[in-house]
Design a protein around this ligand. Structure first.
Ligand SMILES: [Zn+2]
Length: 67
């Protein structure tokens, strides 16, 4: 007859720090992209109107006030 031993619970965190940092980086990147598409008028990107014109259709698609 086999002997049943008590199983110790694993000490595994629900969310690993690596997943947490990856998720934070993705969210930060998406927020930066949303800012560049919706609000940047060349002030932060220092690209003049190039970025504005590049994102122009996306801005109108999202309904962000443009001009
Ligand atoms: Zn426009």
């Amino acid at each position: 007859m086999s002997k049943v031993q008590a199983v110790r619970p694993l000490n595994v965190p629900a969310v690993s720090p690596r997943v947490l940092w990856t998720a934070a980086a993705v969210v930060a990147g998406l927020l930066l992209l949303a800012y560049l598409v919706a609000f940047d008028q060349g002030a932060v990107s220092q690209s003049g109107m190039f970025l504005h014109e590049l994102m122009h259709d996306g801005r109108h698609l999202l309904g962000v006030p443009c001009h």
